[in-house]
Design a protein around this ligand. Structure first.
Ligand code: MG
Ligand code: MG
Length: 265
């Protein structure tokens, strides 16, 4: 799940939000939450094929999380009704699983979270179901690579803007656009903690990164323009021009030795 650029956290608290640093023990728990959500997303995508419904994919993810003794992180959060956000084609984020049947060529994003001992993980992956096209492959590869660039910049001494700029610098030369209204975020006991991590902007600005910060870095890349709108269901965010959109996300711990991706099996 992605944070809104007008943070619900900031809006709901009187005091200015402060980024929290996690202890080695907390990082260990978050590593487990990350492992489990990576497992759940992989299990769901192992079943991705033409004809499966998004509800069936969601059920697989929920069962995988629960089989590992964790809890779905998104279910009920802000009222979200499912384990995963599943967003197809022009849908960017926060798609609600249901009766929709996946077709060959669909660009399918699953964004999912797991909770272990009160700590969250957040992870998103996009695949093309069945046969792809050059344009879809370029969009998927560029988005995944931009996440890798952002992760490389997540090291002590850098600033949030260095992550943002690393992502932007990889995406814009490909003639794709980055979503601006939804952003990455700190993560821990809350799914969405400070700081916000925009996927655009100048290097050298924003909060200085320190060991112990845990960030959900999540480029959302559109094949058309950057603008978005929300469907009548109140959740699903789509591209304003109905162009395709792609999303990858990892939960990343910043350590003295550099970034460590937590959302891997
Ligand atoms: Mg997410
Ligand atoms: Mg997120």
């Amino acid at each position: 799940m992605s944070g809104e650029s007008t943070s619900r956290i900031a809006a709901s608290e009187n005091a200015a939000p402060v980024a929290t640093l996690k202890s080695p023990r907390e990082l260990e728990i978050m590593r487990e939450a990350g492992r489990i959500v990576a497992f759940a997303v992989r299990k769901a995508f192992d079943a991705l094929q033409q004809g499966i419904t998004t509800r069936e994919l969601d059920d697989i993810a929920r069962q995988a999380i629960e089989s590992e003794g964790a809890k779905p992180g998104f279910l009920g959060l802000y009222g979200f009704p499912a384990t995963a956000c599943i967003s197809i084609n022009e849908e960017i984020v926060h798609g609600i699983p249901g009766d929709r049947v996946v077709k060959s060529g669909d660009l399918v994003t699953m964004d999912c979270g797991a909770i272990v001992d009160g700590y969250n993980s957040d992870h998103a992956v996009t695949y093309v179901a069945g046969s792809s096209t050059r344009e879809k492959d370029d969009l998927v590869n560029t988005t995944r690579e931009s996440l890798e660039m952002g992760i490389k910049a997540a090291r002590p001494g850098n600033r949030v803007g260095d992550i943002s700029n690393a992502i932007e610098s990889h995406v814009l030369p490909m003639s794709f656009e980055l979503v601006r209204e939804y952003v990455g975020h700190g993560i821990g006991k809350d799914l969405h903690e400070p700081p916000q991590i925009p996927n655009f902007g100048p290097a050298g600005h924003g909060l200085e990164l320190r060991a112990g910060l845990v960030l959900a870095i999540e480029p959302m890349v559109n094949a058309g323009g950057w603008k978005t709108r929300i469907l009548d269901d109140g959740w699903t965010v789509v591209t304003e021009d109905d162009a395709l959109s792609c999303h990858f996300e990892h939960t990343v711990a910043i350590t003295e030795d550099g970034p460590v991706v937590l959302t891997v099996e």
